[in-house]
Design a protein around this ligand. Structure first.
Ligand code: DMJ
Length: 640
């Protein structure tokens, strides 16, 4: 050390103190300990400390505080809830454990610790920095497009992409029977009615309140507006409601503001509705405005991934980038169905921007999930974004888990069946579900139970009814025995979900139905009797129709159309109902945006020829927004 160097002509200052050798040694030891202590203490000072700012760069101080606050978030715990039920109202101030963007070095360090404690760390961190400066940079080859080596300007050739599709997007319309056409036209009329009323009474708000004839904003979208506009765009386009599509597009161009966002948003909901809706509409129309809004919004979601493991938190402030876990989520955990339902959209954000960071973030989620130990092969619904370990052993193919499984099989399909890792994860998960959760009721109905630390809860949520369609889709590509078994399972589950509709007085299904205490496919609790215009049952009808052409699925779909008209159509739109077991139900005064994105789209497609949004070319995200299959011809459109 410089201060102890002996100067010529002068005794060293420990010597000047008259110390002997062992004493000198002890003195030096003491001095170096003291210096280490002083320097180390700098890290413990609050961020605002002047000393700290003098010695450490600003970003490092911010991250140190975020890491400690991140760990403290995992200590808070609350009750579990359905992923898309209205959220707990936000507290006035941002929670203490909110996490600002952690810098790359710190995340790496924390990840090393997490790796020792549980699942392995990500290898491609710092996506935000890479996304912002990512154009033309070399990138690791993660499957979808070849590694980029040069700085050539990135371009997505839309015309080339359109030419690569195997079927005309809105179908070829060969001769069809008049009844099917009339039914399809009826559904188109319902869409126009839902849109016209939204436009008249609530344009720019998130949903329409059809009884009070006003708009609803809610607290899921962080200040973003127009959820119904964005969710409706591709349905209007597919149904050839040209004028209405132009109205929606004009609103996006003139009024869809991404910079007013100050409050907290659900990462999952913004992704599936807004990013999904914008991406799909861009791919359908080639209009640049949809692409640029999707990319801009996508970048705003990235700070949510700045956690020690890279597993994003569920809530994000789109203005500041602060993120945190839902107050109701067990011990500061992230929700499987939320962080597991980003993959499809994020891959397309990378495809369209040439920026690899989006893909890297979701590939990292895949890595963490792939390597963490699964109880009995099952995926619990709550994972800590700090340690990467499961927080609670609740497993469900309905709310909190559902679309994670859906995105595994759809990742495989969207990759033109090249993403074998996703297929294997899906196959393994389904095998565990078949083994532990699939049950048959006394009356012979097949259902998928929920699992709470080894104890079965014999209930199925309406949300879980999407699984009939998913299992049918995934049956493809399996060996013959397995294919048949999965097709049978898909048909049986869809039949059970149909029974939950058929056994109600309104012919609409309840939010959850049970198979215990003598009950079969019926809600037994008052709180589970409502129907909020959800799509999952007709979604399965649509897939089963396309994959089997059994006419019963069209018949069942038509029963739903009649029931919606009878019980949900009100003077100014469609409304959910509070009790499916009474023919004079009260309305909940809410026209959900997913009614236009999903329920009406799936019903319409059920009465279309198979080449309309063909399953050869498109994969539907979990909000029914179509994203193109990344086949060889699609890749040719990505030019760098
Ligand atoms: C939709 O927002 C999506 O389908 C989501 O995956 C689950 N629930 C709603 C509709 O019920």
């Amino acid at each position: 050390m410089v201060v102890l160097r002996k100067l010529p002509g002068m005794p060293g200052w420990p010597a000047a103190l008259g110390l002997r050798l062992p004493q000198k040694f002890l003195f030096l030891l003491f001095l170096s300990g003291l210096l280490t202590l002083c320097f180390g203490a700098l890290f413990l000072l609050p961020d605002s400390s002047r000393f700290k700012r003098l010695f450490l760069p600003r970003r490092a101080t911010a991250s140190a505080s975020s890491s400690s606050s991140a760990s403290s978030s995992s200590a808070s715990s609350s009750s579990t809830r359905d992923t898309d039920l209205p959220r707990s109202p936000p507290a006035a101030a941002e929670p203490r454990h909110a996490s600002p963007a952690a810098p790359r070095r710190l995340r790496e360090k924390l990840r090393t610790t997490a790796r020792m404690a549980g699942p392995p760390a990500r290898t491609a961190p710092g996506a935000r920095q890479q996304v912002q400066g990512g154009e033309g940079r070399p990138e690791p080859n993660t499957g979808a497009t070849p590694a980029r080596q040069t700085r050539a300007p990135f371009r997505f050739d839309y015309e080339r992409f359109r030419r690569s599709l195997r079927h005309p997007v809105r179908g070829g319309r060969p001769g069809e029977d008049p009844e099917t056409r009339a039914r399809r036209m009826k559904i188109k009329e319902m869409m126009k009615f839902a849109w016209d009323n939204y436009k008249q009474y609530a344009l720019g708000k998130n949903e329409l309140r059809p009884l009070t004839k006003n708009g609803h904003i809610g607290n899921m979208f962080g200040g973003l507006r127009g959820a119904t506009v964005i969710d409706a765009l591709d349905t209007l386009y597919i149904m050839e409601l040209e004028e209405e599509f132009q109205e929606a597009k004009k609103w996006v161009e003139k009024s869809f503001d991404l910079n007013v966002v100050k409050r907290r948003a659900s990462l999952f909901e913004v992704n599936i509705r807004y990013i999904g809706g914008l991406l799909a509409t861009y791919y359908l129309t080639g209009e640049e405005v949809f692409k640029s809004k999707a990319l801009e919004l996508g970048e705003k979601l990235l700070p949510a991934f700045n956690t020690p493991t890279g597993i994003p938190r569920g809530v994000i402030n789109l203005g500041s980038g602060m993120s945190w876990s839902w107050g109701w989520a067990s011990a500061g955990s992230s929700i499987l169905a939320e962080f597991g339902t980003l993959h499809l959209e994020f891959l397309h954000l990378s495809e369209l921007s040439g920026k690899p960071g989006f893909r890297e973030e979701v590939m990292n989620i895949r890595r963490v999930l792939n390597r963490v130990e699964k109880p009995q092969g099952l995926y619990p619904n709550f994972l800590s974004p700090v340690t990467g370990n499961w927080v609670q052993h609740h497993v469900s193919i309905g709310g909190l888990g559902d679309s994670f499984y859906e995105y595994l099989i759809k990742s495989w399909l969207m990759s033109d069946k090249k993403d074998l890792e996703a297929k294997k994860m899906y196959d393994d998960a389904l095998e565990a579900i078949e083994k532990h959760l699939v049950k048959k009721s006394a009356g012979g109905l097949t259902y998928i139970a929920e699992w709470r630390g080894g104890i079965l809860d014999h209930k199925m949520g309406h949300l879980a009814c999407f699984s009939g369609g998913m299992i049918a889709l995934g049956a493809e590509g399996a060996g013959e025995e397995r294919r048949q078994r999965h097709m049978d399972l898909a048909a049986e589950i869809t039949n059970t979900c149909h029974e939950s509709y058929a056994r109600s007085d309104t012919k609409l299904g309840p939010e959850a139905f049970r198979f215990d205490a003598g009950s079969e496919a019926m809600a037994t609790r008052l709180s589970e009797r409502y129907y909020i215009l959800r799509p999952e049952v007709v979604e399965s009808y649509m897939y089963l129709w396309r994959l089997t052409h059994d006419p019963k699925y069209r018949q069942w779909g038509w029963e739903v159309v009649k029931a919606l008209e009878k019980h949900c159509r009100v003077e100014a739109g469609f409304s959910g109902i509070r009790d499916v077991y009474t023919t004079t139900p009260t309305h909940d005064n809410m026209q959900q945006s997913f009614f236009l994105a999903e329920t009406l789209k799936y019903l319409y497609l059920l009465f279309c020829e198979d080449d309309v949004l063909s399953l050869d070319d498109w994969v539907f995200n979990t909000e029914a927004h179509p994203l193109p299959v990344n086949h060889t011809n699609f890749k040719a459109a990505v030019q760098q």
